[in-house]
Design a protein. Structure first.
Length: 414
């Protein structure tokens, strides 16, 4: 556009923005929360009768059972493609397990380490854009993060391998299926390079399979058998695999899972036994009875998809109508997960988020997708379509598009 055309665009978007503000909307697309309709899919969980004893005879009302109930472990062992002896069932949050694993490693010597990580200066590899809560754990514990660009099928592996050769690099965050927020899916070649690359003997990958079952299309790829791959590569202890029912049943009242090698699980349990006398086995049995088996989970996830997929369609349609062909924005078209990544004109993401807030639309802060909240390009914005109604979502995305165009016109005219 010429400067005159840009000035006309700026004036047009300023007018639309004024109208948006005048409507007094209050819309929130910050986090990937299940909608009330999704939660209602599982209302039976609130009334299901739970017996006092599990299939193996243990009283679920009492202490103990650190590994979790065999029946719920068997369901998710099947779903994740791991042996039932290599998976633990815990309480409601896989994020809690991730934090505990890192906390235990900081305070106590993890297998392969010369001393606790807290006595060393250690670093983590952080694919970007990435999950802000992963980065928050490292930030909270004072661990340096090294960003590596994440592509469609994984991060730049040449760079990851170069970094992992440094003995002070002790860990890496990975969301292997429908990554938060880009929707990237790690391929087998990338996974095999991750588990076989030279690294410190105490190097660990936090393999967060939070979205492994959250498909948005009829294609339902199975999770990569990462534990088997690590075993075959001669590095059986390299991977901590995490998952949960948080976006399958109730977000705040589900079951979380840790799958890993026998050595890693024994190490984890030795420390978890000090923290807790056992998980919530009543809730674990409730979930096992409700879900029944792996196919029961898959059928439930198809009902989730019926509610979620149209919302992702709304986001794509409005962004195409408002921003397609402008050259100031690109966005992802995920086949699963909970997010759309919107990349705007470099140097304008913060302005877009600020304008949206002024208009009553809450977005995840610019920079949240990068360590220490610093996006060096100031371009990436995460959109979370799941929670609002379809009408609210359409209004929010249309408002965001106005903010993107307004910020771009300001930038180009500045």
């Amino acid at each position: 556009m010429s400067r005159d055309q840009l000035s006309d665009l700026l004036e047009e978007q300023q007018s639309l923005f004024a109208e948006l503000k005048a409507r007094g909307v209050k819309l929130d697309i910050t986090r990937g929360k299940p909608s009330p309709r999704q939660l209602d899919l599982n209302r039976e969980l609130l009334s299901i009768r739970v017996p006092a004893h599990a299939a193996d005879g243990q009283d679920v009302r009492n202490y103990g059972g650190a590994k979790g109930l065999p029946e719920i472990r068997a369901i998710f062992a099947d779903l994740l493609g791991v042996g039932v002896d290599h998976i633990l069932a815990a309480d409601n949050s896989s994020l809690s397990i991730m934090y505990d694993l890192l906390g235990y490693a900081m305070l106590h010597r993890i297998d392969g380490a010369a001393e606790p990580w807290g006595r060393q200066t250690i670093k983590f590899i952080a694919p970007v854009p990435g999950y802000d809560r992963h980065f928050a754990i490292c930030e909270h514990l004072g661990i340096e993060m090294i960003p590596v660009e994440l592509g469609e099928h994984g991060p730049d592996m040449d760079e990851v391998e170069r970094l992992a050769a440094d003995p002070s690099v002790k860990g890496m965050w990975v969301v292997p299926m429908y990554a938060n927020p880009s929707g990237a899916v790690y391929d087998e070649q990338t996974a095999r390079r991750l588990v076989s690359m030279p690294a410190a003997p105490d190097f660990r990958i936090w393999w967060d399979n939070a979205y492994a079952l959250h498909h948005l299309t009829d294609a339902e790829p199975r999770p990569l058998p990462i534990l088997q791959m690590a075993q075959q590569a001669g590095n059986p202890d390299r991977v901590f695999e995490l998952a949960s029912t948080s976006k399958i049943t109730f977000a705040g009242d589900g079951v979380a899972f840790l799958a890993s090698s026998t050595g890693n699980l024994n190490w984890y349990l030795s420390h978890a036994a000090v923290r807790s006398i056992g998980p919530d086995k009543v809730n674990q049995l409730r979930h096992a009875l409700y879900l029944k088996d792996a196919d029961g989970v898959r059928q439930l996830m198809r009902r989730h998809r019926a509610l979620l997929a149209p919302k992702f369609g709304i986001v794509d349609r409005i962004l195409r109508e408002r921003l397609g062909g402008t050259g100031v924005a690109t966005w992802t078209h995920p086949s699963g997960g909970y997010f759309v990544t919107l990349d705007v004109l470099d140097g304008t993401a913060s302005r877009v988020v600020s304008l949206a807030k002024e208009a009553g639309i809450a977005l995840t802060p610019a920079g949240a997708s990068h360590p220490l909240h610093h996006d060096p390009h100031d371009r990436t914005i995460r959109l979370a379509p799941s929670f609002p109604s379809e009408g609210e979502l359409a209004e929010a995305v249309d408002g965001v598009a106005t903010c993107v165009l307004l910020a771009a016109a300001e930038k180009l005219l500045g």
